[in-house]
Design a protein around this ligand. Structure first.
Ligand code: UN1
Length: 509
């Protein structure tokens, strides 16, 4: 399939995406080819779309939640029909291998299913009142406009985590995707428009115009979302630097933010670990998506007694990784997103060497004919044996670099796991129940995700997803993350004929 075929299969008109006056140029990381030149939204456009989303919210909140769930069910239906095409577009625009491209669309479908069920379960509590003839309860109400800022590495799934929940919760959604991946965002909007058209046929007039909209362009649009008092919640996924700006701007107006920022994830490999199982988990977590997931495994904390053996096995596997064009079958490692990502990787490797690290890999790999090879950024994943967990290991470099350090005691391993500023994902490989339980306990990993005998990446949608410290503290996706998208009212109802006051206060008039 050509790029134009993929775009057309996603409901986009390839020819119309190449505008002479377009200032947002989209390149495929697979071969550097230009996919489109798009018109960017202005801040005036953003203002108009936010106002329209607010109007849409005022209407949408009146639609009963299970009917809102029906719209999301239809979105899941359309996504099922376009799974292969949309997956191929994720591959083309973000450089993920095919299976990860369709896997990301599957993640969207899964959250739509989850949200559809949730639309009948937006439960509040009933609470015992201290006063006779009184009842207390909690009611969850729609919140408002939800601004969603997403990164290039999960160009479609992260919108879906937010939008599917926001929609069933009665909110409208304004999405600012990464400037690097606007085409997948446009394709997702087409899928949403199709779902809305089907919904309109069965439920005329219930889904308002402007319920979901898109802002294409750079940081000023994200700033608009953060600063606008009409945006009740800003859910932002990306770098710590970006999240800090969003957090400050939203806090300034006392709005709500949900942050899912950097990870610097570690795995502890203990003496009792099943090393062959660990090996598979390590390789998928460290080199999958070319190391460009927020959940990517970056630090391996290995017990001294097994470190040499594991390092040797890893080096063997790393030597034979299938690196190449992700559009081809059988590839495991696709390209980095751009030249800046490559430079950041080289800088980190230089720093690692200066700090005493022994580096293997990290070199650029030419893929395709000369022109494509010079315009794309494929690398050999790097394996770095470090004498200790030094400075370079405290930063997240969005590239396939796996640092390995040794430990002697389990407490030391946990301290190393927790010693970085980020707190997203973590894992332990152990067949010793005491070590595994300690790792998951209050004295263990300080991350939002703490896994046993699986890797750090590839979380399912059913759990709450997010992390602590510089990761931002937000939780998205499953469990009770939906509560972020609603406001809670506590209701106290008096069904007696008297007016007793709480805390025994007397106030006789
Ligand atoms: C991200 O990289 O921003 O757990 C999200 C995972 C995916 C989500 C990653 N389900 O790796």
């Amino acid at each position: 399939m050509t790029s134009a075929d993929i775009l057309n299969a996603c409901g986009l008109d390839a020819a119309a995406l190449d505008r002479i006056d377009g200032t947002l140029t989209v390149h495929s990381p697979c071969d550097g080819s230009c996919l489109a030149r798009l018109r960017e939204h202005t801040t005036e456009d953003a203002q108009r779309l936010i106002a329209q989303a607010h109007e849409a919210f005022l209407q949408w909140r009146q639609t009963p939640a299970p009917l809102r769930g029906e719209l999301v069910r239809l979105l899941g239906e359309v996504l099922r029909e376009r799974r292969t095409a949309l997956g191929a577009l994720v591959t083309l625009e973000a450089g993920k291998i095919k299976s990860e491209g369709t896997g990301e669309v599957q993640e969207m479908i899964d959250i739509c299913d989850f949200a559809t069920g949730l639309s009948r379960q937006l439960h509040g509590l009933t609470i015992a009142s201290e006063r006779p003839g009184h009842r207390m309860m909690e009611t969850w109400h729609p919140l408002g406009v939800c601004g969603v800022i997403t990164a290039f590495n999960f160009p479609v799934a992260v919108w879906a985590w937010n939008a599917a929940l926001a929609l069933v919760c009665g909110d409208s959604v304004v999405w600012k995707p990464s400037e690097k991946t606007p085409l997948t965002a446009l394709a997702v909007m087409r899928a949403f428009d199709e779902a809305a058209a089907r919904f309109e046929r069965s439920h005329p007039g219930l889904a308002p115009q402007g319920l979901c909209s898109l802002l294409l362009g750079g940081a000023p649009l994200g700033e608009m979302l953060s600063q606008s008092p009409q945006v009740a919640l800003v859910s932002a996924t990306g770098s710590v630097a970006m999240g800090r700006k969003v957090a400050v701007a939203v806090a300034q107006r006392l709005g709500r933010s949900l942050l899912e920022l950097g990870g610097n994830n570690a795995m502890v490999v203990t003496p009792s670990a099943d090393l062959e199982l660990a090996l598979r988990a390590i390789v998928f977590s460290a080199v999958g998506t070319a190391g460009q997931r927020c959940t990517t495994l970056r630090r391996l904390i290995v017990h001294r007694s097994v470190a040499d053996r594991l390092h040797e096995r890893l080096a063997q596997v790393y030597a034979h990784l299938a690196i190449g064009d992700p559009r081809e079958e059988g590839k495991l490692v696709g390209p980095l997103i751009d030249a800046r990502a490559y430079e950041a990787m080289q800088n980190a490797l230089r720093a690692a060497r200066e700090q005493g690290g022994a580096v293997t890999g990290g070199e650029r790999v030419p893929v395709g004919a000369a022109q494509a090879a010079s315009a794309s950024w494929y690398v050999k994943p790097a394996l770095v044996r470090m004498p200790r967990q030094s400075e370079v290991m405290h930063a997240e470099t969005f590239a396939p670099i796996l640092y390995l350090v040794e430990y002697d005691g389990i407490e030391e391993a946990i301290d190393l796991n927790n010693a970085v500023p980020q707190g997203l994902s973590s894992a332990i490989f152990s067949n010793d129940v005491r070590e595994a339980e300690l790792f998951m306990s209050a004295l263990g990993s300080d991350c939002g995700l703490a896994n046993v005998n699986i890797g750090t990446s590839g979380a399912e949608i059913g759990g709450a997803f997010g992390g602590e410290k510089e990761t931002g503290g937000g939780r998205e996706s499953g469990s009770d993350a939906w509560k972020n998208y609603m406001r809670r009212a506590t209701n106290t109802i008096n069904y007696s004929g008297a007016l007793p006051l709480a805390q025994g206060v007397r106030f006789d008039i």
